[in-house]
Design a protein around this ligand. Sequence first.
Ligand SMILES: *Cc1c(COP(=O)(O)O)cnc(C)c1O
Length: 404
Amino acid sequence: MPLLSSFPDLASVLTIDARALAHNAAVFRGVAGGAMVGGVLKGNAYGHGFPQVLECVHDRLDWLFVITPHEGLAVRAWEQAHGRVARPVLVIGAVTPGAAVELARHDVALVAAAPSFLEIAEAVAAAGVPPLRVHVHLDTGLSREGFLPETLAGDLGFLDVGGDAIHVEGVLTHFADTEDVTEQTWARRQLDRFHAGADLLTAELRKRGRPTSLIRHAGASAAVLVLPDARLDLVRVGIGLYGLWPSRETRISARFVLGDVPELWPALSWRCPSQLVKTVPAGAYVGYGCTHRCRDETRIAVLPVGYWDGYPRLLSNRAHVLVNGRRCPVLGRVMMNHVIVDVTGVPECGDSVVATLLGQDGGERVTAEDLAEWAQTIHYEIVTRLGAHLTRTVIGLGDLDFVG
Ligand SMILES: *Cc1c(COP(=O)(O)O)cnc(C)c1O
C-alpha cells in the first residue's frame, strides 16, 4: 500500500532560479568594488527557502549573515554534509548564553550589541570552548541593536572576561534611512558616528593588547548601491541578492551614483494549478462576504492557495494572477486556502489552469512590488511571509559553474 505522502498534494509551488541568484551576487560583487560580499539569509532567505538559497549561493559569497543561532549551525551542518569549506557566518540576531557556547564550538560569529553581552562572555569563558568570534554592533541612529558610541568605552567589560574567550574581529552598524530617500544625509551622519565609535573600539582593544584589525561593515543592499562610502570592508546584501530593488528611491539614486541602473533578476516565481474551473451565471456572488458579483456569465478558476500560504487577504478584489500570459483578476476575498480568479479572458484554458501569482508568464509579470503595493506593505514582507510549508524547487543550478 503506498503511503498518502507519496502522492504530491495539489498545491502552489515556489521556484527559485539559481541563475538569477548567481547573477545578482555577481552584480553586487561588481558594485562593491573590492569589498567582501556577504549575503543575508534571514527570514527563511527572504522567503526563498534557507536550504535552497544556501545551496545556490554558498560558493559565491565571502560571508553569510543569519538571524538565529539555529541558522548559523544549519550552515555548518550543510557544509559538513556537502564537503564544502566553512564560510564565515555571522549571527546578527539575539542569542542566549547557551546558544553562544554552541556557536563558539562551531566557529560561528555573533554580534555584541548591549552591555548584557557580558553574560555571554562569561558563559563562553566558563565552557572552555574555542574563542568566540564577535562583531561589535554600534547604534549610530537606528535605535535598534548596538552600543551608543558615547557610552561604548564603559560598556566593554566583556573584553576583560576569561582571557581569550572573546575575539573581536569586526564592528558594524545598520542604517535607518537609506531606502526611503534619494539623498543620504542621515546615513552620512551615521557613517561618521560609526567611524568614531570604531576608532574608539580599536583604541580600547589596543590598550588591552588585543588584535586591532577589525572588519568594518555597514551597508545593506541600498547603501551598497547608492552610498559608496558605506561599502567599507564587507557588504551585507539581503533583498538585492534575491533580485529585488530595496525601493524606487534606490533605483533613482543608483542611476545618478552608478551612472547606470544594474539589472537585478528576481529569483522567485510562485505558481498554482487550479483545483477546479467552472462557469458561473451572470449575477453570481463570489467568495466570503459576497463582495464580488459577476455582471456577466463568468469562467472562474478556484486556486488552492490563500492567506495561510502568504497570499495577503488585502489582495482581495485587487490583485491579478497570470494565466497563459494574460491578467486574470482576483474575484472577491482571498480566503485561508482559496483564491478565485476570473479566467473568462483565457478562452483556451479548458478545465484546468496554472496561475502565476508572482513572476513572469509570457509577456506579463507580477512582481513582489506589485503585490506589496496592492496589499499596502513592502515587498520585503511579501516574500518573507511566503509559507515555510510551501514546496520550493531550485532550477538552473546545473547551468552554473562551481566557484569554490
Ligand atoms: C536585514 C539586514 C540587512 C540586509 O538588508 P537588505 O535591505 O535586505 O539588503 C543587512 N544588515 C542588517 C543588520 C540587517 O538586519
